[in-house]
Design a binder for this molecule. Structure first.
Ligand code: SF4
Ligand code: SF4
Length: 294
């Protein structure tokens, strides 16, 4: 309202010029933006115009109080496991859509909180699963149940995939490429030496999985996804970079050698760039292993 008043004072809308009583006006310059309603009234009737004004106004006024239609999400949203949530608030900090809030934890321990997902706000990106400290693949539980997870791609499934992929890795040390469904299709890069896993968003990968892959015998790990600043889920690649650099929790532990990990952002259309980056990474890793052998 204040903006409109200020604008009207700064740039008043004038339908006609100043009155000149010496001239009898024969034509009127109509401001069609503001005054179109007048010709409309003559073309129809005053009652029709009133109806056209009142009905949309009433509908707009009623919108906030009309019952909401249940939104059918095509993909499942994040789910919290109360038994595995310590109330650390990392998912709350990292969720790009403010879909998480905290409530007192039902386990009655004083000070403990429980993350709760607002399904209406959740974009099902999985970034919260990447931020949860209980998403550690080094846990000994047979099934990895974490504090917050995506039903369509649980962190347990990523660990099982790594275990399976690297089980016969002794002869050919593979490079593991973690990509993202929103960017270029990493599956097209899979080969004898390259194992690929496409996540919902690269930001859903807990950094400990990089160390886990290397300890399981991967030659190196490449993280890829939407181009820098163009994350389909707003902050996935920014959080990934910060976690790998160690400036955001959970971070990649410092005992992981930086030369074994590479980030190459590659959107659809950047296939050649990523392929070149993988080839260069393979060369640099084979130089490292050559140096270590001698
Ligand atoms: S899946 Fe994404 S949008 Fe949904 S709660 Fe987790 S971080 Fe937030
Ligand atoms: S990051 Fe995990 S443990 Fe921390 S509040 Fe969220 S769900 Fe709970």
């Amino acid at each position: 309202m204040i903006t409109l008043i200020a604008l009207s004072l700064w740039l008043p809308i004038t339908g006609q010029g100043a009155a000149d009583l010496a001239i009898a006006p024969t034509t009127l310059a109509l401001d069609w933006w503001y005054l179109a309603i007048h010709p409309l009234m003559y073309a129809t009737s005053a009652n029709t115009v009133w109806l056209m004004v009142i009905v949309p106004t009433v509908v707009l006024l009623l919108l906030p109080i009309l019952p909401r239609r249940a939104v059918q999400k095509s993909v499942p949203v994040a789910e919290v496991s109360a038994d595995n949530c310590s109330g650390c608030r990392r998912c709350l900090d990292d969720c790009p859509y403010a879909a998480i809030s905290m409530i007192p934890h039902p386990n009655k321990k004083i000070g403990f909180e429980l993350a709760v997902v607002n399904a209406d706000f959740c974009a099902a990106c999985g970034i919260c699963a990447g931020s949860c400290p209980s998403s550690s693949p080094f846990r000994h539980d047979e099934a990895l149940v974490t504090g917050i997870d995506m039903p369509q791609l649980p962190v347990d499934a990523i660990r099982r995939w790594l275990d399976h992929t690297l089980a016969d890795n002794a002869a050919t040390k593979k490079i593991v490429v973690f990509g993202c469904d929103q960017a270029m299709a990493v599956s097209t890069l899979a080969s004898k030496n390259v194992a690929t896993c496409s996540l919902i968003c690269t930001g859903m990968l807990p950094p400990a999985f990089v160390e886990y892959a290397l300890r399981r015998g991967a030659a190196g790990v490449i993280l890829t996804g939407c181009r820098s600043g163009a994350c389909a889920f707003r902050l996935g690649n920014q959080w990934t970079e910060e976690r790998m650099k160690g400036t955001r929790e959970p971070h990649l532990r410092s005992n992981v050698e930086a030369r074994h990990v590479k980030i190459v952002w590659a959107d659809r259309g950047d296939e050649a760039n990523l392929q070149n980056a993988i080839a260069q990474f393979q060369c640099s890793l084979s130089e490292v292993s050559h140096e270590q052998t001698h």
